[in-house]
Design a protein. Sequence first.
Length: 354
Amino acid sequence: MNLKTMNKTTRSNFITYAMVIAVFVIVQAMASTGGISSSLKGQLVPICAYIVMAISLNLTVGVLGELSLGHAGFMSVGAFSGVIAAMYFGQTIENTVVVMILAMLVGGFFAAVVGVLVGVPVLRLSGDYLAIVTLAFGEIIKGIVNNLYVGMDANGLHFCMIKNTLEMEGGKMLLNGPMGLTGIPRIATFTMGFVLIMVCLIVIFNLVNSKSGRAIMALRDNKIAAQSIGINVTSYKLMAFVVSAAMAGMAGVLFATNFSTVVASKFDINTSILVLVFVVLGGLGSMRGSIIAATVLTVLPEVLREFSEYRMLVYAIVLIVMMLATNNPTLKNAISNFTGKFKRNSEKGEKVNG
């Protein structure tokens, strides 16, 4: 396989795949030799979850061109439905990998269903109006989860709302309203996170490079022109929105199964804003940039923990510097000139050797 003969988009996609695989191999090697601290090792699964959240939101914000502030709501739907499924299937299935796959499928499915229910009326809006409605959706999901009670006994799962009126025969509570999920089996691993990232990247890249992806980007660039040539605005917007929601749901399952207890307040507006920061800093439409931004900004607070009260100040300064750097035309031109010069020198070297 020769990268030089590939078109620019395919080459860029393969570079992203190679980067993710290389980092996974390096981190695994360092973890096996004790080269990673225990605190950083504990961050590996959340980093994978946030990467999936970032690239899935980038599909909505960067590729579709619509601002969503309720992405943590889909993560919450996936987390709670997926964990309940994991606890249910875990009774009869001993293989944790199979349980995790089933839980992710359930979490992704329910998040996609909610994405359809929200997307059909909401995607008729755009701009600030869409952002406000998706923000409200995230808060509604949090309110529903805080008032939802789920139990399990020999007869299966039991549900009730507002007040705990469950009558179970020797069963146990899974979701206890505002107290959240407790006793979660911690079955998430870094390898599972890596596989989920790769699957999501393959789905997104194939979608973006397909006929449907070109239609979605046409809507982003010029909605009126796209409508004039017969592109169905609602269906293509809904396609991108639902795929993004399903991936956020699977990320929620990965995230929640890394902890023994999860509450709804973890998936609030702050989480949605954090993921949006990853997308903006990484570059709208750039999946590789979202991966790098999500990784750096998730690890950075832990790295700066030794600075105590100054660590959030340093974190804020780094955010500002990164924002200025990624949106600086002079810096972008300097980087492109440097990479272009390096490429020309390598080509000359190959000709001389040939």
